[in-house]
Design a protein around this ligand. Structure first.
Ligand SMILES: Cc1ncc(COP(=O)(O)O)c(C=O)c1O
Length: 503
């Protein structure tokens, strides 16, 4: 079809209506994104051609305008189109006859399907699991940076370093890990560009495309997308109130061999669930019996607001085979990208080689400044403030969930971390309701971002740590009103449906 002429401009030639499937697990905006992406990559849509305006395309396809906008935003984030306020969206790069450069869209491998959730400016966002900027001790950290820059080691900070990490920070972390009992004589430690890179390095040295890895269901999207992109076969093991369910892990391990098990021991993302000591021991025993390395992601462990800390799996592991991942991202500044992994020496040596190939080593100014921040006691003071604020925010979120969400809603009650998980009563679909919530100024991540093998239509994650208690209350109140009114509407419609004759 040729889309309509408006103001004398032909919009791009779209050969057929996109076949969108509202029943699919793939959200409509991603289906629409894929449709245009393929047209552009195949050359059917040429550089300089204009895409139909969002409002018109939404009308033509019977979609919500925000769905079309989300698809366009995704195309734009991949550099396939560029939007111009008031003039519409164009396939990137105007054609100048005889001067065409390389057709990058045709050359590039298809992008990952792991789309980024569009950010809606000014909204109450429960969508990102990150600390609150309001709590950043900017002056204290500036002082730490100044001390590094004015100190005697500054030239070595600026010099090329080692793939293992900035040695003074590495030694500091090793000493702490030894005191805690999570580092044995034949373990080593590598500093990584956040916990995310540690997951990537472990994947590179341990796991091949087609290998099977067991992860939590629902799971942190950064893990799911990283492994899926590398052709790893993921099996989700359901998370219950106490984290990954050992009985279901046993069943999954019994079905087929696994190359690794990845588990979050404390305040799992997205559910906030924490493995009990018994469950930790069971997960460790099951993984060991199956011969599968256990990767313990403990990125949230230092964010406990109530209750007693539970021994890490790494510490329980008598053979020392567990790989422990940690990070400064949640207790201080995610923008500095500093994390670390502790594991058997042979594994860490291979991770250092892989890191060297990837980025030589992590930024040393960040590492040195964090070391100074920690050694001066400023990190601990900040940590205490984060714990206090986190406890208030978690309490506000739980209270608001209790007060505003419709009857039949389930939500987790973590004792720490940044996230809680909501399960809406049927037939509510958190993905479908997101556009409405965003129009009313609130955003969250629906279940599809976290599901591995089981769709989670009623699931959604609320990341509460980045918002003050008042905004948390206001945001959940708005969500509660949306969910309740939609539930009423759907149940009302269901009741009005005439009963079919019994045949
Ligand atoms: C479970 C989990 N693992 C890893 C990461 C990545 O952390 P980093 O910032 O240290 O790379 C996150 C970030 O949200 C996370 O929630």
């Amino acid at each position: 079809m040729r889309l309509p002429v408006q103001n004398g401009i032909f919009f791009c030639k779209v050969t057929a209506y996109p076949q969108l499937d509202p029943q699919s697990e793939v959200p409509l905006y991603q289906q629409l994104h894929r449709y245009f992406s393929e047209l552009i990559r195949s050359g059917a849509l040429k550089r300089g051609e204009r895409l139909p305006p969002t409002r018109e395309l939404a009308g033509l396809l019977g979609l919500n305008r925000t769905t079309v906008s989300a698809a366009y935003e995704l195309l734009e984030s991949e550099g396939l189109i560029a939007g111009h306020v008031g003039r519409g969206s164009y396939v990137t790069g105007a054609e100048i006859p005889g001067m065409e450069g390389l057709n990058w869209n045709a050359l590039l491998e298809p992008g990952s399907r792991s789309s980024v959730q569009p950010v809606v400016a000014g909204s109450i966002s429960f969508a990102v699991s990150r600390p609150s900027e309001e709590l950043f001790p900017v002056d204290d950290f500036r002082l730490s940076c100044q001390e590094v820059m004015g100190g005697p080691d500054f030239t070595s900070v600026l010099q090329l370093g080692s793939p293992g990490g900035y040695e003074p920070l590495r030694q500091y972390l090793i000493a702490g890990a030894q005191r805690e009992g999570v580092m044995r004589a034949d373990d080593d430690l590598i500093i990584t560009t956040g916990c995310q890179q540690a997951l990537d390095l472990v994947r590179r040295v341990l796991i091949r495309p087609g290998d099977r890895v067991l992860v939590e269901e629902p799971v942190y999207p950064g893990l799911k997308n990283l492994f899926a992109e590398a052709g790893v076969e993921l099996t989700g093991v359901p998370v219950q109130t106490d984290g990954m369910d050992p009985a279901q892990l046993e069943r999954a391990l019994g079905k087929a061999p696994a190359k690794a098990v990845v588990v979050t021991s404390n305040f799992q993302n997205p559910t906030g669930a924490t493995l009990t000591a018994e469950a930790r021991a069971a997960v460790l025993r099951l993984a060991r019996t199956a011969g599968a390395p256990l990767i313990e992601n403990d990125i949230y462990g230092q964010l406990r607001y109530e209750g007693e800390p539970i021994t890490t799996i790494k510490q329980m592991d008598e053979t020392g085979d567990t790989i422990l991942l940690r990070s400064f991202s949640k207790i201080s500044f995610p923008g500095l990208r500093v994390g670390w992994a502790i594991g058997p020496r042979a594994l860490i040596a291979r991770m250092m080689e892989a890191k060297q190939l990837s980025d030589l080593h992590s930024d040393q100014l960040s590492q040195a400044s964090l070391l100074r921040f920690a050694m001066s006691g400023r990190l601990e003071a900040h940590h205490q403030r984060v714990l206090k604020a986190g406890a208030e925010r978690l309490a506000a979120a739980l209270e608001a969930c209790q007060r505003y969400l419709p009857p039949g809603t389930d939500f987790t009650r973590p004792q720490g971390g940044m996230n809680l998980w909501i399960r809406l009563p049927e037939p509510l679909d958190a993905g479908e309701l997101l556009a409405r919530a965003q129009r009313e100024g609130v955003t969250y991540l629906p279940g599809r971002y976290f599901s591995v093998n089981r769709p989670q239509p009623g699931g959604l994650r609320l990341s509460f740590a980045g918002l003050g208690p008042e905004r948390i209350d206001r945001g959940i109140k708005i969500l509660g009103e949306i969910f309740s009114s939609e539930l009423e509407r759907l149940r009302g419609a269901w009741k009005r449906e005439p009963a079919p004759a019994m045949v």
